[in-house]
Design a protein around this ligand. Structure first.
Ligand SMILES: [Zn+2]
Length: 171
């Protein structure tokens, strides 16, 4: 989401933009189409407050069976932008309250990286194609199912061999 702060009027306004996921971020995030963003913008002199809402469809892989899946994701967050001024203006916010500084001379603002960070954080860690997903059926043995989600870690084949030995001893 890019805009020029010089064109943001004092008071309230609304910005809407479709943001493509490109460049470095595309390694972390794959979407079907663009990320649709709408922001409520409130400007007070050199400060700009944004309430951003985003919507997109994320491409993922089922954490159990590795099937590609898509899932709609949406969310919202607040951002505080502050013009970088050389003068010691009392109306400027302290640094720790500012998410992004923009240049007074150019006014260029790009909040796309911040939107992408929010989306990446809201992507589920272990997505499932369905709650009932049984995981990967091991080749030639449909009875063995590997649960990659980690709740039932696969038994190391060497331990299985030990188990067989033990069973023989008990006979
Ligand atoms: Zn699955």
């Amino acid at each position: 989401m890019q805009f020029n702060a010089k064109r943001i009027p004092e008071g309230h306004s609304v910005l809407s933009q479709n943001v493509p996921v490109t460049g470095e971020k595309a390694q972390w995030l794959s979407t079907v189409g663009d990320v649709s963003c709408t922001a409520d913008v409130d400007r007070f002199q050199t400060q700009i407050h944004l309430h951003v809402r985003y919507q997109c469809v994320v491409r993922m892989q089922c954490s159990r069976c590795l099937t590609p899946i898509t899932q709609p994701l949406s969310g919202e967050f607040l951002l505080v932008l502050q013009e970088k001024t050389r003068s010691q203006d009392r109306r400027t916010l302290p640094e720790e309250e500012v998410d992004l500084f923009f240049d007074e001379a150019t006014g260029d603002v790009d909040i796309a990286p911040l939107v992408f960070d929010e989306i990446v954080l809201s992507v589920p860690m272990k997505p499932l194609c369905s709650e009932q997903c049984a995981g990967i059926a091991v080749k030639n043995d449909p009875a063995i199912v590997v649960d990659l989600a980690g709740e039932n870690p696969e038994i190391d084949p060497r331990w299985k061999a030990l188990g067989k030995l033990r069973n023989k001893e008990n006979r």
